[in-house]
Design a protein around this ligand. Sequence first.
Ligand code: ZN
Length: 462
Amino acid sequence: MRLFCSFFIFVASVWAEPVDWVWSARYVITMDAGRRVIENGGVAIRGERIVAVGPQSEIDHNFQPRQRLDRPDALISPGLINTHTHAAMVLLRGIADDLRLQDWLEKYIFPAEARNVTPDFVRWGTRLACLEMLLSGTTTFTDMYYFEDLVAETAKECGMRGVLGETIIGFPSPDAKTPADALRFTEKFLERFHGDPLITAAVAPHAIYTNSDETLQQCRALANRFSAPLLIHLSETRRENEEALAKRAKTPTAALDALGIFNGRTLAAHAVWTDDADLRILRERRVGIAHCPSSNMKLASGAAPVTKMLALGLLVGLGPDGAAGSNNDLNMFEEMDLASKLQKVITGDPQVLPARQAVEMATIGGARALGLDKEIGSLEVGKRADVITVRLERPNAVPLYDVYSHMVYALKGPDTRDVMVNGRLVVRDAQPLTIDARQVMAKAEALALKVRESLKPAVTMQ
Ligand SMILES: [Zn+2]
């Protein structure tokens, strides 16, 4: 009998396929086509990719891992996907709140950026943002800012996935005097990061109202030359729409479509003031939408017609937008929660945007909006290993009847326990492995002193 058992163990271990990792947990939320949730599930990972997802007993039987992560009191989920932010703006977090968008931008953000946004600011700001995002379960972020090559270097150093585009805007920016300079920068950026396993280089004209039609068309042509996504703000405020209608007799969506800007991979942030005709255009052109509920609510921009968008089959993801005054954090759990509740408020129907749909928007939906759904967004064989665990043993998670309900309405960003991006463990037991948190936060405080100083009027009242 003993001989038989040893033989069996020997055969099993010979048959068991070597892998780098096996992760197991009380639940695995796969977000695959069947939306399987596996109780006592496991995920096997080799190199950068997932090789199996299934019941833990099956995974343990079939695979021999070099390392294990067993979390019987947690759930495993695909890493969350942020489809719109301005990461380094975390260094301006809370600089001015409770203002109209135009006042906030013109009196605080633009002057603070003009005086402070340097390579050093962007590197440390992006490090702080990556730290905050990883510790709250985000594995991919979509960014529009300045010195975007440094954002890409920093994301790679932190081990985070990024869809990144240098902001192209019709006035002098911290690192480009003209849109032509920003376009030249973008072309080099696209060449440099082409084929990178973590970075998807994008072309990012700020918006229709801050760029000439010619610049917008040059952006589209450049993006298509590299099969890169184009990132743009769209119909964020009522004022943007009114101006477009007055100037062009078209909504921003119709105007951009007439210019050919949607002829290729596109991700549009906000799309708050979009009517039925706009939504038809966005669907036909397969434009991804980054819905940013916190930002839209805080700046009183309005509420995007997300329920309609989803019913029409538009590709909608979620984003926190910038952390400076339009949010002020980068927490995707909060965006799921608010996305769901905001739709209920504006439609008067508690059945719209149910929890599972909110989780879809933060995972596979976001991946689709970015055109990356073959690589990320769900836990499926062959996909990149972007995986998180979330604690289920804290008071806010007990008891548990439905994992989607918990993800959206009960769990919070800091409940994230472990994070893997592209097969690399970057957070273990809520401790960052790629970022020196203490150093980053000390540097952020030091840079904030400079920001504060730069905004002081020349003569202060006594
Ligand atoms: Zn934005």
